[in-house]
Design a protein around this ligand. Sequence first.
Ligand code: DGL
Length: 323
Amino acid sequence: MIGTGGTIAGRGESAANTPAYACSVLGIDEILSAIPEAAALASFRVEQLLQIGSENFNNDHLLKIGKRISDVLKDDDVDGVILTHGTDTIEETAYFLHLTLKSPKPVVVVGSMRPPSAMSSDASLNLYDAILVVIHPASRGKGTLVVANDEIHTARDVMKTNSFKLEAFRSPYGALGYVVEGEPRYYRKPSRDHTVRTEWSIDALDSLPKVDIVYAYGALEQEVIGTVAADARGLIIAGTGNGNIAARMVEPLRAAARDGLHVVRASRTGNGVVIRNGAQPDDDYGWLVVDDQAPQKARILLMLAISSHSDDRSALQAAFYRY
Ligand code: DGL
């Protein structure tokens, strides 16, 4: 069990005053010791890898977490890993692990919306459920999982969709399963390639290319594109609706793509498919589309795809349809 901070490691002065809690203060051993039932389920080794809110996680944190989990999974004594994590960016770290770990052993990423000190905290139950999931044979080979609020989600799809409610986590096609009366029950499997079936191994990655996200809105200014293009290899443009691009933004984006920036159309709705050559002639402009990936997920995938395919745009596009 590896701790990185977040609300699951938070503590408040009062059970009733949850917004005033301090985040990332409890050690992973303290969090685990709040669940006496855990000892009967498995034997645990715990380590505190980080102790910070996940809104701070950059690419170096992703690499550090991934490499440590990869090392731990290589130990024959280890059957699986639970990573405790702030919920804000849990979907990005989990997806990164899903694409880069090379093991069929289960990895479960878990956080909570309320600190352990709060009334009706979800911290202990989410962690207890994560333990039930990680030790269950049916969790093997499913890639990285995110457990929250009685649900088991695939890292590819899950997103935090609410800023404060316990039922904050949603996958567009539904959860893979539930934890029901102390037992994981799966109803579906991830269908896109992950872990042992991807082209990336965390052990071989020492840096990630810079990919930025630009969020489209009515008054978005053209100059933003030049600023991004100055030092990024890729740009996810979180366009309106079906990846629509305002007329005044087309020329700056075409120029950036001609100069080598990989421009990928996504949807700021965070749901649905962006259709290639639909709202824009992507073939003519040398642009890419995300398929159904939300902008923050698409950034993770594009970083990895650029790391192995560099400037081959058809291979980059294929990655969005494969993973
Ligand atoms: N600081 C936020 C984070 O670590 C707290 C949110 C949470 O963990 O629920 O992501």
